[in-house]
Design a binder for this molecule. Structure first.
Ligand code: FRU
Length: 554
């Protein structure tokens, strides 16, 4: 009760002291009076080692928004856009910069124009057929749904820098799961906080997003509450519900809602991550939620915080997806899952508590969740291809992070246990182009395996990745210790190893500049790893298998 009261107080204080607050010119350390020049975008120069300053937009003396921005002090590394369009023509427009010293280089290097591609850097590690934000930081995929032939993908997004912060929901759409159209920002921070992860549902032609609003309290720590927003234009724009937040609690790490319609109980269910458990709720209207049960105590891996859940029926079973950070099999972030039954009230795991199952055995596979309403009852998922151990340090600049290729989930059994199978979505087959003699920066390598196989990818710089399938031990491994740039984090160079739950007949390996996604074509093994070679691997040596390389038509 006390926390709930505090949360309300914090919001009330913010309403009166923060957004919409009166900002006098004197309260502005560095004031940029607009428009001196014209143009929709004010380009802010960034330097990542600089501490965060505050950039505020003020219209006729009233604060409209503020963001934390690493304004360049000594050297400009790249630019981010402050889109002024929503504020132009509404009164005297001022942009204030706080906590950035007067002599900083950013003030001389500001630019304003209409060119959305201004100073865009052509980066060598930008994937060619994976989804990435054009500029800025991305983590978890959010709110994914399919409707009227369009796959919608939202994502944790910082438009104001390539490191985590200022969480928004970015939005992209696709008709083939490969080519993504940038749809801009769907949800921006508000009085309840920044926009953390969540999900969308489709109902009666409308779309409802449920997400976590997270904000620091003046007393330390964060307050997290679950909110909803409605869209009547297929997810392009959302109106936030005035009764937000719809679900609050006293718990720390209370986030990442995943609602879904459950025909068995003719009601909405919600699965939510809370600390190291998953809470299950039910509702008739998505606003009032009843706590039904909790799952997780003593089950599976508890090496870190449980995040980004999903709960879905596959065949006759239910699968509970639980992303966990840290605690992954090779350190940091990873996706575990549980197989069992769910009756709309309680999830019952069919394995013994000590059994841990991982969806992907690479180091760069996190926050995996499925598309709502996918056609043909498909369970199609995307992962964020990074790891919290080093996600903010990977050697890209103007953008950070990509999503995995789309994968479809199914089930298979091995011994007494049922596991989730992972195969590249069928859309990937349509991307296969001409056969190639050697690997390129964007290709699919297919290996028809005999008993054992060793595959070495390398370039003229002596950088290499070794993949080993051991048919006897029934394991598959990827060694990226000599893969190229590895020194940006001590946690990056590593060997990842997966059980193959039987023999592998065919391996499918997808290369896209800075990623290697390896699959057993039958779905019993998936492994996703980043690599940063100084030039593409254009050489392959295969022992114990027949290799075919396909160009990927992106
Ligand atoms: C997972 C996560 C979520 C949270 C989001 C914040 O990567 O920590 O639990 O909602 O990222 O960006």
């Amino acid at each position: 009760m006390m926390k709930r009261f505090l949360m309300t107080m914090v919001a009330v204080m913010t309403l009166t002291m923060g957004w919409g607050q009166v900002v006098t010119p004197q309260a502005c350390e560095q004031s940029i009076v607009m428009p001196k020049e014209t143009g929709r975008y004010l380009w802010l120069p960034i330097e990542e080692k600089a501490p965060e300053g505050k950039v505020q937009v003020i219209v006729s003396g009233m604060l409209q928004m503020e963001q934390n921005v690493r304004m360049a002090r000594e050297q400009v590394e790249y630019y981010v856009a402050l889109d002024l369009q929503p504020y132009q023509g509404k009164g005297e427009l001022r942009v204030c910069v706080q906590n950035v010293p007067t002599g900083s280089v950013c003030y001389k290097k500001l630019a304003q124009n209409d060119d959305a591609d201004f100073a865009l850097i052509d980066e060598k590690f930008r994937p060619l057929y994976h989804h990435t934000p054009k500029r800025g930081w991305m983590n978890d995929p959010n709110g994914m749904f399919y409707k009227d032939g369009v796959w919608n993908l939202y994502y944790q997004y910082n438009p104001y820098g390539s490191m985590w912060g200022n969480m928004h929901w970015g939005h992209s759409s696709s008709t083939d799961l490969i080519h993504w159209k940038d749809e801009g920002v769907a949800l921006a921070p508000d009085v309840w906080g920044t926009m953390f992860s969540g999900s969308c549902i489709v109902d009666n032609g409308g779309v409802v997003a449920m997400y976590t609003a997270s904000r620091p309290t003046p007393f330390g720590g964060d307050v997290q509450g679950q909110c909803i927003a409605f869209s009547n234009d297929g997810g392009k724009t959302f109106s936030k519900y005035e009764g937000n937040p719809v679900l609050t609690a006293e718990d720390k790490d209370f986030r990442d809602p995943r609602p879904f319609w459950n025909e068995d109980i003719k009601a909405w269910n919600l699965i939510l991550a809370v600390g190291q458990e998953m809470r299950i709720y039910s509702s008739s209207d998505l606003k009032e939620w009843k706590h039904e049960s909790s799952f997780g105590k003593e089950y599976g891996n508890h090496g870190g915080v449980w995040e980004c859940p999903d709960l879905m029926k596959i065949g006759e079973k239910w699968v509970l997806i639980c992303n966990i950070n840290p605690g992954g099999p090779f350190g940091g972030s990873a996706t575990q899952y549980f197989v069992g039954q769910f009756d709309g009230h309680k999830f019952t795991c069919e394995s013994k508590p000590e059994v841990t199952k991982w969806l992907d055995y690479g180091k760069d596979h996190y926050a995996t969740v499925s598309f709502y309403n996918a056609p043909d009852n498909r369970r199609t998922v995307l992962a964020w291809m990074s790891n919290w151990q080093y996600a903010n340090q990977v050697p890209t600049m103007q953008f950070r992070s990509a999503n995995s290729i789309a994968r479809d989930l199914g089930l298979f059994t091995c011994g007494e246990e049922t596991y989730v199978s992972v195969t590249p979505s069928k859309e990937m087959l349509a991307m296969r182009g001409a056969k190639l003699k050697a690997p390129t920066e964007a290709c699919e390598i297919v290996i028809d395996v005999k008993k054992q196989a060793e595959i070495v990818l390398s370039n003229a710089k002596g950088e290499q990745v070794t993949m080993t399938y051991d048919g006897q031990k029934q394991t598959f491994s990827v060694d990226r210790t000599k893969s190229g740039e590895v020194s940006f984090s001590a946690d990056f160079p590593c060997v990842t190893e997966a059980p193959t739950y039987g023999t592998i007949k065919q391996l499918r390996i997808f290369i896209d500049r800075c990623s290697i996604e390896a699959f057993d074509a039958d779905g019993k093994m998936a492994m996703t790893n980043l690599v940063f070679p100084s030039e593409p691997y254009n050489n392959i040596k295969v022992k114990g298998g027949k290799v075919t390389i396909y160009e990927i038509k992106y």
